[in-house]
Write a protein that binds this ligand. Structure first.
Ligand code: SF4
Length: 468
């Protein structure tokens, strides 16, 4: 039997890239590749890149400098390392990557990773290969399913891509260019994938997509299904106890989806709903196609459906033309909504997007100063949300061992990390925990009295997952 080949995949950016990286590993497993945790011994290194954050391409090139040194050291030992760049930077930069970083053997975009075995063979034959096409065939139809062992090793929470691409063309965003037009997977294929995950012990599913709430995949009844309909169906799958979805656009937050937050107990009371700015003038310049009042109205309706909803968001500060009064409107929105948390970034122009061509770019010092003020406001809101959890008993899904012996780490319904002294047999179980302390956005707690009583039963019958 030949030696397994070692694969190292480094993911940058969002959960979609983490999911894609796993599917790449699944696709290469039948070719004899096993995934390893560090690049040093790898035969194949894949950088799965993200173009959303500032200076994304430059970060990839600096990482490629490290990989080149690794490749040279391996060559000195008579070993060939193949270097591949995948994801959105690969899609945007294409052949330029090989021109600037000749150590790279293969460049492929997010729509091509199901063709990895063929692309690697092409790179081996021709020396180099680049594939940044948007093929008409559905890559999900060609992907190998993860093995039962691989699924188990990845833990009790899983991401499942249901939708890709975006047709909204916000003026700051590269996604419509790098991921292409919006595409929803058929519901039956998503359900089959989640049934496979559930059989291997997964308890929590996060449905993901660049604009996930625009989901409109074909249903088994031949009609398009909404995300709400899909969530209701996934909630029926045995052992799936928790559902989430991300990332959503306010414009696609319809009544049916809002009602699901009221009607579907498995849907966790947590939602990431990017707003980007609190100023109507800037929202219009961003081509968001919603106003501040629209956003606040959605928040009101969501909270009417689920009063304890933990809302998080994304903000861009210093978008072209943003004045101090536009920024004040953003700060005011943060105060009004009371977010449980938010990501915030200084605007940085992405080549090829309309925002990059806008004349009235904001100077860097003003952006930095506004970002600091915004982050302080978000931190205050987030701390206030966490404080409200103190001394409450929350259901925690235990995911893995903590850093200290005898400690487990899990997530509350609101997605907060919670650390508890508890036996490893509780991994995969949802257990009531009384929150006793909060430190740097982590909650600490103790098993609630009834959970402690039940513990002996769990220890006698450790969680092994269905199918074991
Ligand atoms: S909706 Fe989201 S993914 Fe689509 S263009 Fe706007 S920011 Fe990008």
């Amino acid at each position: 039997m030949s030696e397994p080949r070692k694969l190292y995949v480094k993911s940058f950016g969002c959960q979609m890239n983490v999911y894609d990286s796993r599917r790449m590993a699944d696709t290469l497993a039948p070719q004899g590749y096993v995934e390893i945790a560090a690049a040093d011994d790898a035969d194949l290194v894949i950088l799965n890149t993200c173009h959303i954050r500032e200076k994304a391409a430059e970060k990839v090139y600096s990482e490629l400098g490290r990989v080149r040194r690794l490749k040279e050291a391996a060559a000195a030992d008579g070993r060939r390392v193949i270097v591949a760049v995948a994801g959105c930077v690969a899609q945007a930069e294409g052949e330029e990557i090989i021109r600037r970083a000749p150590a790279v053997d293969l460049v492929f975009g997010p729509q091509s990773y199901h063709r990895l075995p063929e692309l690697l063979a092409r790179a081996a034959r021709a020396g180099k290969a680049v594939d940044t096409e948007f093929p008409i065939d559905d890559k999900f139809d060609h992907l190998a399913a993860p093995t039962w062992e691989a699924t188990r090793a990845r833990g009790v929470c899983a991401f499942v891509t249901v939708q890709e691409g975006c047709d909204r063309f916000c003026t700051f965003c590269v996604v419509p260019y790098t991921r292409g037009a919006e595409m929803s997977r058929p519901a039956a294929k998503i359900i089959a994938e989640i049934e496979h995950l559930a059989a291997a012990g997964v308890r929590e599913i996060t449905l993901i997509g660049q604009n996930v709430n625009a989901y409109h995949g074909a249903g088994p009844d031949g009609r398009p299904w909404s995300l709400a309909r899909l969530l209701h169906r996934v909630a029926e799958i045995d052992r799936i106890a928790r559902l989430r979805y991300t990332t959503s656009h306010p414009g696609d937050m319809g009544d049916e989806l809002i009602a699901a937050h009221r009607d579907l107990p498995a849907l966790m009371p947590q939602l990431h709903l990017p707003v980007q700015s609190g100023s109507d003038r800037i929202l219009a310049a961003m081509n968001r196609r919603h106003t501040r009042a629209d956003y606040l109205d959605i928040v009101r309706r969501l909270r009417a459906a689920r009063s304890d909803l933990a809302l998080t968001s994304d903000f861009i500060v210093g978008f072209p033309g943003e004045t101090e009064s536009d920024f004040a409107a953003t700060l005011d929105l943060v105060e009004q909504v009371g977010f449980a948390g938010a990501f915030s970034f200084k605007y940085s122009p992405r080549p090829g997007t309309p925002g990059a061509e806008m004349a009235d770019q904001v100077d860097e010092a003003a952006k930095a100063e506004r970002l600091q003020r915004l982050q302080a406001a978000i931190d205050r809101a987030s701390a206030a949300f966490n404080r409200r959890c103190l001394h409450r008993t929350l259901d925690v899904l235990f995911e893995r061992a903590g850093r200290h012996g005898g400690q487990l780490v899990g997530r509350s319904p609101y997605l907060q990390p919670v650390q508890v002294a508890a036996p490893a047999a509780l991994i995969g179980e949802i257990v009531p925990v009384t929150i006793s302390e909060i430190a740097s956005n982590s909650l600490f707690g103790t098993l609630a009295a009834n959970a402690a009583r039940d513990m002996a039963r769990h220890v006698e019958r450790p969680f092994v997952g269905a199918g074991a």
